[in-house]
Write a protein that binds this ligand. Structure first.
Ligand SMILES: C[S@@+](CC[C@H](N)C(=O)[O-])C[C@H]1O[C@@H](n2cnc3c(N)ncnc32)[C@H](O)[C@@H]1O
Length: 249
C-alpha cells in the first residue's frame, strides 16, 4: 500500500469521507463502525446484475465496492473516482494485487466538480451503471440533485444508479434507536463505539464535500425522480443506512 496510508494527517484532519486518520484502518474500522457494511454493499452489487459492463463509481475510497463488483462480474469495467490521493492509492494497490488492474481505472477528481460543470467530459459517458457508497451524503442537497442529474445523463438506456448512504432518522426517537444499534454492533465486533471513534479523524470541508450533510431517504428518492430516474427503489434499509436508486428508460 502507499506509504502515506499509515501516516497521520496534521491535527488528524481528513477529507470528508476518509473517516479514519490512517487509511490502513479503514477496511476493518468501517466494518466495525457500520452495521452490516458488507451486506449493504452486496445488495448494491446485486442490483447491477444486468447492467455491469461499464460502471462509474463515485467516491471509491479504498476500493471495497470496486473489488466486490470485479469479483462478481467477470466482464465488468469500472471508472472509479475519488478526490483523496491516499484513498485512491490504497484502492489502486488493492485492485492491482487482486489482479483486476486491466478492468479498473482510478481517477482523482471531485465528483462535485464533474456534476457542476457540464463541459467537463473527462469521465466519458455511456455507462451502464453508476454506483456509490458512503460518499454522496457529504454534498449539500442542491449538489446531490445536480449529481443525480449528471449521473442520469451519463447512463445508457436501461442503465441504473445505486447509492448506499446514511439517511436522516425519521424522528429523534428513531435517531436514538439507530445510535443504539450502532453501539450494539460495535460491541459485537469486539470494540466499543468510543474505541473505534478514537481512530476517526476530524472531517473538514474540502472541495464540494463537507462533514455529513445527510438528507432524508424520501427527499433523495424525490431528487432521483426529479433527475429523470423512472423506476426508483429502496432494495435495502437497515436502521439509518439505505441502498436506493433507480433505472432510466
Ligand atoms: C467513506 S469512503 C467510502 C469508500 C467506499 N465507497 C466504501 O464504501 O468503502 C468515501 C470516499 O468518498 C470520497 N469523497 C468524498 N467526497 C468526494 C468528492 N466530492 N469527490 C470525490 N471523492 C469524494 C472520499 O475521499 C472517500 O474516499
Amino acid at each position: 500500500m502507499n506509504s502515506d496510508s499509515t501516516v497521520s494527517t496534521a491535527n488528524n484532519e481528513i477529507f470528508p469521507g476518509e473517516v479514519f486518520v490512517n487509511t490502513g484502518d479503514f477496511d476493518t474500522g468501517i466494518r466495525r463502525l457500520l452495521p452490516k457494511y458488507d451486506e449493504m454493499l452486496d445488495v448494491l452489487v446485486a442490483c447491477i446484475a444486468n447492467t455491469n459492463q461499464r460502471i462509474l463509481e463515485l467516491g471509491c475510497g479504498t476500493g471495497e465496492l470496486s473489488l466486490k463488483v470485479l469479483q462478481r462480474y467477470e466482464s465488468a469495467e469500472i471508472v472509479a473516482v475519488d478526490y483523496s490521493p491516499r484513498m485512491l492509492d490504497f484502492a489502486r494497490a488493492k485492485i492491482e494485487s487482486a489482479g483486476y488492474a486491466a478492468r479498473w481505472t482510478g481517477i482523482e477528481l471531485d465528483f462535485g466538480e464533474w456534476a457542476n460543470n457540464p463541459s467537463f467530459s473527462g469521465l466519458g459517458d455511456k455507462f451502464n451503471a453508476g454506483i456509490s457508497s458512503l460518499a454522496i451524503h457529504h454534498l449539500e442537497d442542491e449538489m446531490k440533485l445536480k449529481l443525480f442529474e449528471r449521473i442520469r445523463e451519463s447512463l445508457t438506456a436501461g442503465g441504473c444508479f445505486w447509492n448506499a448512504d446514511p439517511v436522516v432518522a425519521e424522528s429523534a426517537a428513531m435517531k436514538d434507536i439507530y445510535g443504539a444499534a450502532r453501539e450494539d454492533w460495535a460491541l459485537s465486533q469486539g470494540e466499543t463505539l468510543a474505541e473505534i471513534r478514537a481512530k476517526v479523524g476530524t472531517s473538514v470541508s474540502y472541495g464540494y464535500s463537507n462533514p455529513d450533510r445527510l438528507a432524508t431517504l424520501a427527499a433523495q428518492l424525490e431528487m432521483l425522480a426529479n433527475a429523470g430516474f423512472e423506476t426508483v427503489a429502496v432494495p435495502w434499509k437497515y436502521y439509518g443506512m439505505a441502498v436506493f436508486g433507480g433505472f432510466v428508460n
